[in-house]
Ligand binder design. Structure first.
Ligand code: FAD
Length: 482
């Protein structure tokens, strides 16, 4: 019973509601807490730069929390299978615990590790700790996976409520105190020259405490109005901004579910808003369900007829999109919010993504890769399915002919122009009537606002109506439906 256990932290960087940690602690033997920077990670799906920034601070926070329990977070970089097998040998470990992940490459890695450890005579226990329901727990009436959200959600929401979240352990049994660990600083996860993430800390508090604070603040200030405000990007608490915390597992969907349920039971919020919110948490489960059952969708169209789509190569247009200089203020505001804060509001993600794939006819995979590199909440299941949804190639996707109008979307969802003025400050002095289409503003209006078109702010890189017609024509090339 004294042989130690390894608790392998992955995207579950928390102490509360962590079933693998709880099981390791309950075993009673010393727990070696481990995090591995997996260098065997497939290169084309590597963790993006903004996510590495987040990871640095989340790990630092976890180190501090474990220190209170006199426990070191052992950091290692390399191949997890080799690292864990070596640790098992050198520390005479008998049990290894982790919480399950659902990306195809993690499933393969974990399966290989599990069988290698079993061959070494080590007990492995794995747990569900990320989703409301594991991807295989929800089935259609005929026993298959879902491809449409509404019936998926109907089934999920009719099931027993998710298990009550676990408390953080009161203490963690420790063993040797002089465990060898890499230095987090040496991993160089944060950018230095230039430090493009300098502004991120104004927006985020990575780590479990930050996640709990964000949830509490949203329940108190945003939840009641969620149904009405969730599409207004300028609204401070319009959405919860929990996505990076959920991705890194600093908080669980179960904890969120029960906090929302508690607010409803205590008559603190209207249940319409609460259900609208829980439905979005359901989309997260749905996207993981899709990825689990269709492991090739990070690279392949879900609907095969899209394989014939005539994507264009246009480096100049792609670059204008990435830096927020398309000439469409609502699109540019989104792309600059992304660059400066590592985040973009969901409504604007839909509009900017649609602009790339439909106005510019650039392959959704390029947009997905850009978001993956620049979002602090980059999440394979949500990002890939978000892009395929917008492109029209995904499961339960927006029909291709629904092409977001980048002008009227701004007028509708940013009616005061506050969002555009925040992220595209060179347009701040334009009157509301001109803000969404500066190229139509009078000379006088532009001059008063200090704008010189194509100098201080670009003219549209493509005409909206012409782009719409071109996109519809391109669609003709994708014939049959899956
Ligand atoms: P809230 O509205 O407060 O929602 C609460 C939680 O529900 C979110 O934190 C998230 O976990 C989940 N959620 C909300 N909307 C969705 C959705 N449409 N699909 C799946 N889960 C959802 N989300 C990511 O977490 N990572 C991504 O990499 C990502 N990429 C996207 C790319 C595109 C092109 C699109 C259209 C959407 C993408 N989303 C992604 C989904 C969504 O935009 C974000 O989850 C949401 O904006 C996060 O903000 P929030 O936490 O304030 O959301």
């Amino acid at each position: 019973m004294t042989q130690p256990s390894i608790l392998w932290f992955r995207n579950d960087l928390r102490l509360s509601d962590n079933p693998a940690l709880t099981a390791a602690v309950e075993r009673g033997a010393p727990v070696l807490c481990l995090y591995i920077d997996d260098t065997k990670h497939p290169g084309d799906l590597a963790t993006g730069a903004a996510s590495r920034w987040w990871l640095h601070y989340s790990l630092r926070h976890l180190q501090e929390k474990l220190k209170i329990h006199k426990t070191t977070l052992v950091l290692r970089r390399g191949d997890p299978i080799k690292i864990i097998r070596d640790l098992v040998k050198t520390h005479d470990v008998s049990h290894v615990f982790w919480n399950r992940l659902y990306e195809p490459w993690t499933i393969k890695r974990d399966t290989d590790l599990k069988s290698a450890l079993k061959d070494d005579g080590v007990e492995v226990e794995t747990f569900a700790g990320s989703l409301l329901r594991e991807p295989w727990e929800i089935e259609t009436k005929t026993g298959g996976p879902y491809g449409v959200f509404t019936p998926f959600w109907k089934t999920l929401s009719a099931m027993e409520p998710p298990a009550r979240p676990l408390q953080a352990p009161k203490s963690i049994p420790t063993g040797k105190s002089n465990l060898e660990t890499d230095s987090l600083k040496d991993w160089a996860l944060t950018p230095e020259k230039p430090d493009w993430a300098a502004g991120f800390a104004d927006h985020w508090q990575p780590g479990e405490d930050g996640a709990q604070a964000r949830l509490q603040s949203f329940v108190e200030n945003g939840l009641d109005q969620y149904r009405d405000h969730r599409n207004t990007p300028a609204e401070e608490d319009g959405t919860s901004r929990l996505s990076p915390h959920l991705h890194f597992g600093e908080i669980t969907a179960r904890q969120v579910w029960h906090a929302i349920q508690h607010a409803v039971d205590a008559d603190k919020v209207n249940s319409g808003s609460a259900w609208a919110y829980l439905r979005e948490i359901g989309w997260r489960d749905f996207n993981h369900h899709l990825l689990f059952h269709n492991p090739d969708i990070p690279m392949e169209n879900y609907k095969e007829n899209f394989d014939a789509f005539p994507w264009r190569d246009d480096e100049q247009a792609f670059e204008a999109w990435t830096i927020g200089r398309t000439g469409y203020p609502f699109v540019d505001a989104g792309m600059r919010q992304l660059w400066k804060s590592g985040f973009m509001h969901n409504r604007v993600r839909m509009v900017t993504a649609s602009f790339l794939v439909k106005h510019l006819l650039i392959d959704w995979r390029r947009g997905e890769a850009w978001f993956r590199d620049t979002l602090v909440d980059a999440d394979l299941a949500n990002n890939v399915n978000g892009w395929q949804w917008v492109a029209g190639s995904g499961a339960d996707a927006a029909p291709y002919f629904r092409i977001f109008n980048p002008i009227t979307q701004g007028e509708k969802f940013d009616p005061t122009g506050a969002y555009i003025r925040q992220w595209v400050p060179e347009l701040a002095d334009l009157p509301d009537d001109d803000l969404f289409r500066p190229w139509e503003a009078s000379e006088e209006s532009l001059e008063k606002a200090g704008i010189e078109l194509d100098k201080t702010y670009p003219k549209p890189i493509i005409d909206h109506s012409a782009a719409r017609q071109r996109a519809l024509a391109a669609m003709q090339e994708t014939k049959s439906d899956r």
